[in-house]
Design a protein around this ligand. Structure first.
Ligand code: HEM
Length: 480
C-alpha cells in the first residue's frame, strides 16, 4: 500500500514539480503545474469558447485554432512549457531546434505513452518508430516515386471528374448555385486513395475512410477530457464504438515480398507497391488493350485539362504581370505552373493541415542548450511558425503567393520555418502525391467554374486531427 501510495504521489505531484524546476532552472518560462490536470481544464475551456463563434474573414486564425498554445506563446515566449495533465509539454517554434528534433528521429520519437486511444488513430508507418519505422518506410517509399505517381494520374482524374460531374449536375437547372464543397473535397481525397491503393476494392477503401473519420471525432473528444488509466475499458457507448471501429476499420493485413523477405503490412498504402498499380487497372472490367487505351485517354485528357485550365488561370490571375501575348507557350506553361505552386505553398503556410507535430523524449535528452527530462512532450508548432511576423514580415497574415516567387529557402532565409509536410527523415511520404492531386483538382475546377464565397460561409477553422472548416466551405459556383 505504501509503495502504491508513493508511486501515486510521485506521478501526480513530485515528478511534475521536479520536472518544472528542471525546466525553470534552465531559463524556460511556462505555466505552474496544477495537481493532476495540469493545464487541461484551461485548454478545453479555451477551445470550447473559441469554437463557439466564427471569426472575421481574415487569415489571423491562430487564436481560434490553438487558443491555449497561442496564449502561452504570447505570455512565455517562443520556447516555453505547459502541462498536459502530469506531462510537461515544451512548445517549440525556434527553427534550429525544430530542425534538430526532426533530424534525430530515433532520439525524438512519436508520442507513445499517455492515452492509448491516440494509438488507434495511427496506422502503420505514421505511428511506427525505430527499426519498425525504418523497415516500413523502405517498403512504402518506392510507391511514391515520381515514376509511380505518373500512373496515378488517371485515378486522380477519374475521382476529380466524378466530383465535378456532381456539381455540373446541380448547375444544369440553374445558372449558379451554392455548394458546400468541403464534404466533396473530403470524399475526393479518400476516393483517390481508395482508387490508387485499394484498386479493385474501392468500396472497401471508402468504407474504411468513413470509419476512420468517425473514429477521429470520437478519439479527439475522449482525449480532451482527463485521461484516467484503464477508463477506455469501461463498456460505455463511445468506448464500444471506438473498439468496433478499431477492429473493423483497418485495411486487411497484407504481406509483401521485397528482396526475398516477406513483410506483413497493415497500412493501406502498402497496396501501392504492386507494380504499375495493377490493382487499379483491375478495377476496370475491360480487356487488356482496352485498359491500355483507357489509361492513355485519361492521361491525355488530364493533360488537356491542365493546359486549358492554365489558359483560364492566365486570364484571371493578376500575379502574372507580363503580357502573355509576347510569351511562347512553353514559357507561359512554366510560369503558370510556378503560379499554381506558389498558391499552394501560400495556402499550406496560412492553413497547414498539420498544425503541430508531437515528439517525446524517452530519456534525459539534450536539445540546443537545454536538457529535457525523460517523458517530455515536444510540440513543434508548425502553425505558429507559419504565422510568425519575425519570419514572414508585417504582411504575415496576408494571402500573398508571390512571396514564394524565389522559392521557399529564399523567403525563409534558409531557416526551417516552413514545414507543412514535416521534415527530416519522417517528412510526409505522400507529399508529391498530395500536391499532384491538389494541382489536378484545382486546375480541373478552375477550368469549368468560376466561384466566390457564399454569404452563408462562416470562417471557422478548427482541428479534428487536421485543420478543417468547422461549418463547411460554402461557395457560389457558376459554370464557365
Ligand atoms: C496536403 C496533404 C498532406 C499534408 C499537409 C501532410 C502532412 C504530413 C506531415 C506534417 C507529416 C509528418 C508527421 C510527423 O512528422 O509527425 C506527414 C507524414 C506522413 N504522411 Fe502526410 N500529409 C499530406 C498528405 C499525405 C498523403 C496524401 C499521404 C498518403 C497517400 C500521406 C502519408 C503520410 C505518411 C505515411 C506519413 C508518415 C511518414 C513517416 O513517419 O515516415 N500524407 N504528413
Amino acid at each position: 500500500m505504501v509503495w502504491y501510495a508513493w508511486r501515486f504521489l510521485n506521478w501526480v505531484w513530485l515528478k511534475p514539480k521536479k520536472n518544472e524546476k528542471c525546466l525553470r532552472d534552465q531559463g524556460l518560462n511556462g505555466s505552474s503545474y496544477k495537481f493532476l490536470f495540469g493545464d487541461l481544464k484551461e485548454v478545453v475551456n479555451m477551445l470550447r469558447e473559441a469554437k463557439s463563434t466564427p471569426i472575421n474573414l481574415n487569415n489571423e486564425i491562430v487564436p481560434r485554432v490553438l487558443p491555449f498554445d497561442h496564449k502561452s506563446y504570447t505570455a512565455y515566449g517562443k520556447i516555453c512549457f505547459t502541462w498536459m495533465g502530469t506531462t510537461p509539454k515544451v512548445q517549440i517554434t525556434d527553427p534550429s531546434m525544430v530542425r534538430e528534433v526532426l533530424a534525430n528521429n530515433y532520439q525524438f520519437q512519436k508520442p507513445r505513452g499517455g492515452n492509448p486511444l491516440i494509438r488507434t488513430l495511427g496506422a502503420g508507418l505514421t505511428d511506427a518508430d525505430g527499426d519498425r519505422w525504418s523497415k516500413h518506410r523502405k517498403i512504402v517509399n518506392p510507391a511514391f516515386h515520381v515514376e509511380k505517381l505518373k500512373h496515378m494520374v488517371p485515378a486522380i482524374y477519374v475521382s476529380c471528374a466524378e466530383m465535378i460531374n456532381k456539381w455540373e449536375e446541380r448547375l444544369k437547372k440553374e445558372r449558379s448555385c451554392e455548394v458546400d464543397v468541403w464534404p466533396y473535397l473530403q470524399t475526393l481525397s479518400s476516393d483517390v486513395i481508395s482508387r490508387t491503393a485499394f484498386g479493385s476494392n474501392i468500396e472497401e477503401g471508402k468504407r474504411i475512410f468513413e470509419l476512420q473519420r468517425e473514429l477521429a471525432v470520437l478519439v479527439i473528444d475522449a482525449i480532451q477530457s482527463l485521461y484516467i488509466p484503464g477508463s477506455r475499458f469501461l463498456p460505455t457507448k463511445k468506448n464500444n464504438r471506438i473498439k468496433k471501429i478499431d477492429r473493423e476499420g483497418k485495411a486487411p493485413d497484407m504481406s509483401y515480398v521485397v528482396n526475398g523477405n516477406e513483410y506483413k503490412y497493415g497500412y493501406y498504402l502498402g497496396d501501392g507497391i504492386y507494380p504499375e498499380y495493377a490493382t487499379f487497372v483491375k478495377s476496370f472490367s475491360f480487356p487488356a488493350d482496352e485498359k491500355r487505351k483507357l489509361f492513355k485517354l485519361a492521361q491525355e485528357s488530364a493533360q488537356k485539362d491542365v493546359e486549358r485550365a492554365f489558359g483560364v488561370l492566365k486570364q484571371r490571375w493578376h500575379i502574372i504581370k507580363h503580357p502573355a501575348r509576347t510569351w511562347d507557350r512553353a514559357k507561359l506553361t512554366t510560369v503558370l505552373t510556378a503560379c499554381v505552386n506558389m498558391v499552394l505553398h501560400e495556402v499550406l503556410r496560412l492553413y497547414p493541415p498539420a498544425v503541430g507535430l508531437g515528439r517525446m523524449t524517452h530519456e534525459e535528452t539534450k536539445l540546443g542548450d537545454m536538457t529535457l527530462p525523460a517523458g517530455t512532450f515536444l510540440q513543434l508548432q508548425i502553425m505558429l511558425m507559419h504565422h510568425d511576423r519575425d519570419v514572414w514580415g508585417d504582411d504575415v497574415s496576408e494571402f500573398k503567393p508571390e512571396r514564394f516567387s524565389e522559392g521557399v529557402s529564399k523567403v525563409t532565409k534558409g531557416q526551417t520555418s516552413y514545414l507543412p509536410f514535416g521534415g527530416g527523415p519522417r517528412i510526409c511520404v505522400g507529399l508529391n502525391f498530395a500536391l499532384l492531386e491538389a494541382k489536378m483538382a484545382l486546375v480541373m475546377i478552375l477550368q469549368r467554374f468560376c466561384f466566390h464565397l457564399s454569404p452563408s460561409y462562416s470562417h471557422a477553422p478548427h482541428t479534428i486531427v487536421t485543420l478543417q472548416p468547422q461549418f463547411g466551405a460554402h461557395l457560389i459556383l457558376r459554370k464557365l
